[in-house]
Design a protein around this ligand. Structure first.
Ligand code: GUN
Length: 281
């Protein structure tokens, strides 16, 4: 079987058009504050793209670029200021943070109603119990892609490879909420290939270039590749070996152009949602 491609770029475009329309109808601008500490090159690109994307859908955004030596106290003070700023509906602290800053303390300090990244422990707890929450952006993007392709996880066997707090764990919870039978695999899983071959829906989020190969995929499976890895020759590849996997899968996300464009889109969606909720208060 040659897989159909899940076109993340196109889906992201459609969702952003809808967001833009809703922003225009809102009567005020949703506001996002992004904080970047230090000069990690990848983070700089992400933050620039987030800022640009906000402008494209008519949102207000401000970027706080802080030097790598910024103290934890200074960062917490800025978060406190943004928590109390009425024009800001969402706050995102770009990760990773420099080693001298305690990531957990920083995430905990973001007001729950402005946690558009969905990383605050109370948000994560609400996700687990199925209560009102912001879905973390990358896993949310994966779920929207499934939905847009008419793929219902109900009753299906889903295998998630990777157990990070940002992707693996939350996407497993979201698939469970959609009534999939979910297995989470990780670096200590015995016989990973065998586990993967059980999957009707396979989500790869390990950060290891092309480690999921076609022989690990069940005929007709849906494959969502969250990995973005740069090879030695500068090429971007996912966690899935695309060429062999596409011969087995029924649907597959490419890298680039798959999950990637969805992440910022879902950040915009969460910021819009945060703005709507603030207006109801
Ligand atoms: N670094 C890599 N991905 C993310 C993300 O989704 N949010 C934040 N805040 N930092 C990241």
């Amino acid at each position: 079987m040659a897989a159909k491609i899940i076109d993340g770029k196109q889906i992201a475009k459609e969702v952003r058009e809808q967001i833009k329309k809703e922003v225009a109808e809102l009567g005020f601008k949703p506001g996002l504050a992004v904080i970047l500490v230090g000069d990690d090159p990848a983070s700089q690109v992400y933050v620039r793209n987030k800022h640009k994307s906000c402008g494209e859908v008519g949102m207000y955004s401000e970027v706080h670029r802080l030097p790598a030596e910024t103290s934890q106290e200074e960062l917490l003070q800025l978060i406190d200021k943004l928590n109390n700023d009425d024009k800001i509906h969402g706050i995102l602290v770009q990760l990773p943070l420099p080693d001298h800053i305690d990531e957990k303390m920083v995430i905990d300090a973001i007001a729950l109603e402005k946690d558009v990244d969905g990383f605050h422990p109370a948000n994560v707890g609400n996700l687990v119990i199925g209560d009102d929450c912001y879905y973390p952006c990358t896993p949310h993007g994966c779920m929207v892609m499934l939905e847009k392709c008419g793929i219902d996880p109900k009753g299906k066997k889903a295998v998630v490879v990777g157990r990070s707090n940002i992707v693996g764990k939350p996407v497993a919870m979201m698939l469970l909420a959609k009534h999939a039978t979910v297995t989470i695999c990780h670096s200590r899983t015995q016989n990973l290939a065998e586990e993967c071959r059980q999957a009707d829906i396979l989500v790869a989020a390990v950060g290891r270039p092309e480690m999921i190969t076609g022989d690990m995929i069940k005929e007709g499976a849906v494959v969502i590749d969250v990995g973005i890895n740069r090879t030695e020759d500068g090429k971007l590849v996912g966690d899935v070996h695309f060429e062999s996997a596409k011969e087995k899968a029924s649907w597959i996300t490419p890298v680039p152009g798959g999950v990637g464009p969805m992440t910022i889109t879902m950040l915009l969606q969460n910021t819009l949602e945060a703005a709507k909720r603030s207006a109801k208060k």
